[in-house]
Design a protein around this ligand. Structure first.
Ligand code: NAP
Length: 495
């Protein structure tokens, strides 16, 4: 369905707007989800003209490679004509007066019925100021139109700062008007988790503590910090990947089945799931969490993290985290969830492994100690997308011996190319008012509380970094975490 709205993008000259937002909006326009009744105001301090802004928007579309194969070459220009640039310093009240005037004019011109989406593509320290001025200067429409706020991570550095940030916007926008982007929730393989679990009697009936032994989540990167050292030195792997993306995946994997698959039921179950993750004491953090920082590779061809441009020579920032979480959600009560993320690991892969229990007696062997291979369901999230199911079968031998086989489903390159980019899907959802794939404040808050205990424990001690070789799968302690429990990581590209 076509949606009419005025987008006001704060940070319209920035990287996020250029690389993600303009191409995503263009795709929605090309597919007819945005028709002619929409307008975009881009704001930032730079004194750009509308004409220059149109050129920037068209070049963003071209750079994103979205124009290949298009039959209508005029489309990017037609699209860019809906864009208006307003030079604006977010601290200056007068600028909001001018912004309101332009917004009202465009509302009238395009018949937008007061529907407004405010996209804060700017550093979070500006969120409170912008939200306050939007309300005070009456940029929020009253009447039947909607007012929605889209914000980007990071949502704070810890629970207190996240709460402060949330309080600073919640005076102007209610929770149902706030769309917190965690772009992992915009990825189709992540959205598929609920479908796989609740749309298949096979998995639905097995998704419980009687049948699942443990769950493993790996977000492995083969690259180092690259040009993000400035940001990474203040964040580290815990804040960059665990508190947000991994915790969202944890809640999708452990939540109870909602009665109805709609945003409010789903949100309720996801909040419950994250609230049912066991909070650790400091001693338990030491036992259950491992941090690491990469050193050189074994041939000394890659730099250690501390030698990368822009990092501190004595940096104590972690580039690797592994941990064991325990869920107390009723169906999976007590099931361990092993999580792992890091830079400069052996191979890039994001995947989830569901390891099933393997307690049955092996009736196919004379040796009572000979175990059958464990059944594992792997969800491949990136770069591969699809599933693998490992199970045992008779494989053409004499007698009756079982061997493991892999049942694989992988999306083809053509199928992957048809999947909308995460931002396209998320902006479309925000336009439709669908909050299924956005993070609720209670989820964000609880994830911080769980991670703060780990962070505070770590910050009280000096780590012995670097402690893993580039190209490995992280520190030995990350393997020991599972060995101690009589388990091992399923994803092990070094094997
Ligand atoms: P960026 O390239 O540095 O852009 C910042 C924008 O803010 C620029 O348009 C800048 O324009 C504007 N700005 C700064 N101070 C201003 C002021 N006082 N008044 C008005 N405008 C001001 O940053 P970004 O990479 O786009 O990131 C924006 C936010 O998204 C950050 O919070 C980031 O963490 C988050 N994020 C970014 C990405 C990404 O892929 N880039 C991904 C996920 C999350 P002027 O200099 O012209 O004022």
């Amino acid at each position: 369905m076509n949606q009419k709205a005025l987008f006001i993008i704060f940070g319209g000259t920035g990287d996020l707007a250029y690389r993600k937002l303009y191409p995503a909006l263009f795709n929605l326009y090309e597919k007819g989800y945005l028709k002619e009744d929409f307008a975009v105001i881009g704001t930032a301090r730079r004194p750009w003209s509308n004409d220059h802004y149109h050129e920037v928007v068209m070049s963003a579309i071209e750079d994103a490679g979205r124009d290949s194969g298009r039959t209508n070459d005029d489309l990017p220009r037609k699209f860019a004509n809906h864009f208006y640039y307003q030079s604006h310093n977010v601290d200056d009240v007068d600028h909001y007066v001018a912004l309101r005037k332009l917004a009202d004019e465009l509302d009238e011109k395009y018949q937008l019925e007061g529907n407004r989406i405010f996209y804060l593509a700017m550093a979070p320290r500006f969120f409170g100021t912008i939200a306050g001025h939007l309300k005070d200067q009456q940029l929020l429409t009253d009447g039947d139109g909607f007012n929605r706020l889209i914000i980007e991570k990071p949502f704070g550095r810890d629970y207190p700062s996240a709460k402060e940030l949330n309080d600073s916007i919640s005076g102007s926008f209610k929770e149902e008007q706030i769309f917190r982007i965690d772009h992992y929730l915009g990825k189709e393989p992540i959205q598929s988790i609920a479908g796989l679990r609740f749309g298949n009697a096979l998995f639905n009936s097995l998704w419980n503590k009687e049948h699942i032994d443990n769950i493993q989540i790996t977000l492995a990167e083969s690259l180092g910090v690259e040009e993000r050292a400035g940001y990474y030195e203040t964040a580290g792997a815990m804040r960059d990947m665990v508190q947000n993306h991994i915790m969202q995946i944890v809640s999708l994997l452990t939540m109870e089945r909602p009665d109805v698959f709609d945003p409010s039921h789903l949100r309720e179950k996801k909040i419950e799931a994250v609230e049912n993750i066991q909070m650790y004491s400091k001693e338990e953090v030491d036992q259950n969490f491992v941090r690491g920082q990469y050193g050189e590779d074994e041939f000394k061809t890659q730099l250690a993290y501390r030698d990368e441009e822009g990092t501190d020579d004595n940096s104590q920032i972690e580039t690797f985290v592994a941990g064991k979480l325990i869920t107390h959600n009723p169906s999976l009560d007590g099931v361990p969830i092993y999580i792992r993320t890091g830079k400069r690991l052996t191979k890039k892969s994001t995947q989830v492994n569901i390891v099933f229990k393997n307690n049955d007696k092996n009736i196919f062997s004379d040796n009572p100690d000979e175990k059958l291979e464990t059944n594992v369901l792997t969800m491949h999230i990136e770069p591969d997308q699809g599933f693998t199911l490992e199970f045992n079968t008779k494989t053409g031998n004499q007698g009756y011996k079982l061997s493991p086989v892999h049942l694989r489903y992988r999306k083809t390159a053509a199928e992957k190319a048809r999947i909308p980019d995460a931002y396209e899907g998320l902006i479309r959802d925000a336009l439709a008012g669908d909050k299924t794939n956005f993070a609720h404040w209670h989820e964000v808050a609880q994830a911080w509380k769980i991670m703060d205990v780990v962070r505070n424990t770590w910050d009280a001690e000096t780590p012995d970094f670097p402690n893993y070789v580039s190209g490995s799968m992280g520190p030995q302690a990350a393997d020991d975490l599972l060995t101690r429990d009589g388990r091992e990581w399923v994803f092990n590209p070094r094997k």
